[in-house]
Write a protein that binds this ligand. Sequence first.
Ligand code: GSH
Length: 253
Amino acid sequence: MTLKYYHAEPLANSLKSMIPLKEKGLDYESIYVDLHKFEQHQPWFTAINPEGQVPVLDHDGTIITHTTVINEYLEDVFPDEPLRPRDPVGAARMRYWNKFIDEHVMNFVSMHGWHRMVGVIARSIDGGDFEQLLANIPLPDQRKKWATARSGFSEGDLANATAKIDYAVDKVEQQLAQTPWLAGAEYTLADINFYSHCGMMVERMFPEMDIAKRAPRLVEWRDRVTARPAVAAALKSEDRTAPGLRTWSGHVR
Ligand SMILES: N[C@@H](CCC(=O)N[C@@H](CS)C(=O)NCC(=O)O)C(=O)O
């Protein structure tokens, strides 16, 4: 059995599927894809994932993409050290949170990260080279996102994204008043999802939200997730980000 994990820095999506690999103690080959060199759009990589995005799981030659799908696949194939409740109600709660995070959180935190960091990279590229870069991007939405990062996201879009994050922070805080983890009594893929996209960096990215005061349970939950040996290992061992680039998603350690 061989597992290969193609990923970028342990942030956002790349972190989200790395944590389950580590939680389950799986032996995998780590293959770093350098987003700063646009390796994700190069033919060697689009031959593996035609959508030109990380992360990708290769399990004995079968390619699985999209983090929520990868994580459920890992759960189905490697059920030891479960990260999904075995009772249907618990599993439904977990999936409810994953759906919420995938649809209403991920892209909005990402927009602020791109606005701050990817815009700087995009503007540093010459016009002709940038056109070539856009032409290599397989997904139309990603092509638009790169083009917008270069010209700058609108104030309206950024304000809308902030409102989505505000809502999510309060929703998580309310849930954590009732249960220790997002989907109930157990730590699940839902916690891993929110942590990777928002929980781990929201305080640093949005100091004006005054997270410590407004969402103390979220901060305590975040520290509980960070303290997990598998999470610490994911954050540490494969961080190839050059110090100057650590603000890609506003995350500085
Ligand atoms: N829905 C996908 C999203 C993957 C995604 O957005 N990956 C980002 C990195 S966090 C990426 O590859 N960005 C490079 C690009 O868009 O050029 C998933 O869950 O895996």
